[in-house]
Design a protein around this ligand. Structure first.
Ligand code: FES
Length: 202
């Protein structure tokens, strides 16, 4: 009887060496079984992953640039600031894709539409920075009407109604990132609600 000395291989029921699973097969298995297959398991760099539950947020700009986001560092209904998620365990900043950029702001939670209340953390909310029209960063702010605005073609988004489009050519709201506050620090509570990015128009 031959002895199995190949420690790096796996074997099927008949004792034959099983072929290594391709990335596509692993992905299909995840779909078939309902078991989530983390993208990191498929070789995606951690800094390219979308914000993950439990991630911290770090200011990209403003007087607290590079600091962790805390509710008291944001002023009520002032211009949104860009931020990125950071893995608290590895300190990896998820800056490998511009689709990961978010805009954070402080609102009056009482005024938020009921369907989005669960995404608010002590008055802090976050939307994807990427416009759903052709992908510019939504960096402008209409302080009078409390709307985020895109500098490219002037789409406007209602911060109190899930970034609903209230002006311009954007076809759908900005994706929203649910948040929570733990020990005074704002964390990502769940993945983006809504699709991040834009749809190519032909
Ligand atoms: S890219 Fe934002 S309105 Fe066109």
């Amino acid at each position: 009887m031959s002895k199995n000395t190949d420690k790096g291989s796996s074997y099927n029921k008949k004792g034959r060496v099983a072929k290594p699973l391709s990335r596509r097969t692993v992905f299909k298995m995840g779909l078939a079984t309902g078991i989530a297959v983390p993208m990191s398991a498929l070789g995606q760099s951690p800094n390219r992953l979308r914000p993950q539950p439990g991630d911290q947020l770090v200011f990209e700009e403003g007087p607290n640039q590079d600091a962790l986001v805390r509710p008291e560092l944001l002023e009520l209904e002032k211009r949104p600031l860009s931020a990125l998620a950071r893995d608290p365990a590895t300190q990896v900043l998820r800056d490998g894709s511009r689709l990961n950029r978010i805009m954070i702001m402080r609102i009056d939670p009482e005024l938020m539409s009921a369907r989005y209340q669960a995404n608010v953390a002590e008055g802090v909310i976050a939307y994807s920075a990427v416009c759903t029209h052709t992908g510019c960063d939504v960096t402008n702010w209409d302080e009078g009407q409390l709307r985020m605005a895109c500098p490219c073609h002037e789409s406007q988004f209602d911060i109190y109604d899930g970034a609903k489009v209230v002006g311009g050519p954007a076809p759908r709201p900005l994706a929203m990132l649910p948040l929570e506050v733990v020990d005074g620090i704002v964390l990502v509570a769940a993945g983006f609600r809504g699709r991040v990015g834009f749809t190519q128009q032909f």
